[in-house]
Write a protein that binds this ligand. Structure first.
Ligand SMILES: Nc1ncnc2c1ncn2[C@@H]1O[C@H](COP(=O)(O)OP(=O)(O)OP(=O)(O)O)[C@@H](O)[C@H]1O
Length: 239
C-alpha cells in the first residue's frame, strides 16, 4: 500500500520554542484527515513540514513514499492560511494562471475552471477583479486554485474559515466527491461540525499529537459526545 503522506517523529523548534514534539502521522489513500487543535498548537507548521515548505529539525517526511521535492509539490493541492492571489488580475485570470502552471491547457483547462468555480459558487463573479472580492470570495477562489488541477493529495489550511454555512456545506460536498475519486485530503479546522465529517482526526496540543482516530471511535473511547470533550478528557489525563 502506498501512503500519500508519512511523517515520522517530527520535531521542530522556533528559537527556544518547541512547536512540534515527536509527531508521527500517516495518511491512507482516499481519506479525509482533520487536523485540529487550539491556535498555536502547531497545525500550520506540521502541514508546511509535510509539504516540504518547512524543514523539521528531526524526523522524516515522505509523500507517496518519496522525499518532498518541487515536482512532488506541483502535484499537490495546497491552500495556505493566507490567500496567495494576484490582486491586479480578475478571478478568471487567476485560475487560468494557476491551472496553466499545473500544466492544464486548452479545452481541458477551460472545463476544469468552469467546474471548480461552480463548486465554490463563484461562476458569476469570474470577471471581477480580486480587489472587488470579499474575504470569503477570496478564500473560495484560493480553494479553487488549489483544486483546479485535481491532484491526488490536498493539504488545506483552514479552507473554510470565514465562509457562511451554505458555502461550507457545498465545499464539504466537494471534498467528499474528491475522496470518492480516490483523493486524500488533510484539512486543518476549528469548526467542530466539520471535524465529524472527517474519516480520521488528529488532535494537536502544544506540539503533541495527543489522540488520533475516527471521530466516532474517539468519542466512544472517552464516553463523550463531542471531539471538544475528547480534547478536554485527553488534556486532563496528560496533566
Ligand atoms: N516562522 C516562525 N518563526 C517563529 N515562530 C513561529 C514561526 N511559525 C510559527 N511559529 C510559532 O509556532 C507556534 C505554532 O504555530 P502554527 O502556525 O503552526 O500554529 P497553528 O496551530 O496553525 O495556529 P492557528 O490555528 O492560529 O493558525 C506558534 O507559537 C507560532 O508563533
Amino acid at each position: 500500500m502506498t501512503y500519500p503522506v508519512k511523517g515520522e517523529h517530527l520535531y521542530k523548534k522556533f528559537k527556544k520554542q518547541v512547536v512540534l514534539d515527536d509527531v508521527s502521522i500517516t495518511l491512507n489513500e482516499g481519506e479525509i484527515y482533520g487536523l485540529i487543535g487550539p491556535s498555536g498548537s502547531g497545525k500550520t507548521t506540521l502541514v508546511r513540514i509535510l509539504l516540504g515548505l518547512e524543514k523539521a529539525d528531526r524526523g522524516e517526511v515522505q509523500l507517496f513514499e518519496q522525499k518532498p521535492t518541487l515536482n512532488a509539490f506541483r502535484s499537490l493541492g495546497y491552500m495556505a492560511q493566507s490567500d496567495a492571489l494576484y490582486t491586479e488580475l480578475s478571478a478568471y485570470q487567476n485560475l487560468d494562471f494557476f491551472a496553466s502552471i499545473q500544466g492544464l491547457r486548452g479545452k481541458e483547462k477551460k472545463a476544469r475552471i468552469r467546474a471548480i468555480t461552480k463548486s465554490v459558487g463563484l461562476e458569476n463573479d469570474l470577471k471581477k477583479s480580486i480587489d472587488h472580492y470579499s474575504g470569503g470570495m477570496k478564500r473560495r477562489l484560493s480553494l479553487a486554485a488549489a483544486l483546479v488541477h485535481e491532484p491526488r493529495l490536498y493539504l488545506l489550511d483552514e479552507p473554510t474559515v470565514g465562509l457562511d454555512p451554505l458555502i461550507r456545506k457545498e465545499i464539504w460536498l466537494l471534498f467528499r466527491y474528491l475522496r470518492s475519486k480516490g483523493a486524500t485530503i488533510i484539512v486543518t479546522t476549528h469548526v467542530m461540525d466539520e471535524v465529524t465529517q472527517c474519516d480520521r482526526v488528529g488532535l494537536l496540543s502544544e506540539g503533541h499529537l495527543i489522540a488520533q482516530g475516527a471521530p466516532k471511535d474517539l468519542m466512544e473511547e472517552y464516553g463523550v459526545s463531542s471531539i471538544e470533550d475528547v480534547f478536554l478528557a485527553k488534556e486532563e489525563t496528560r496533566k
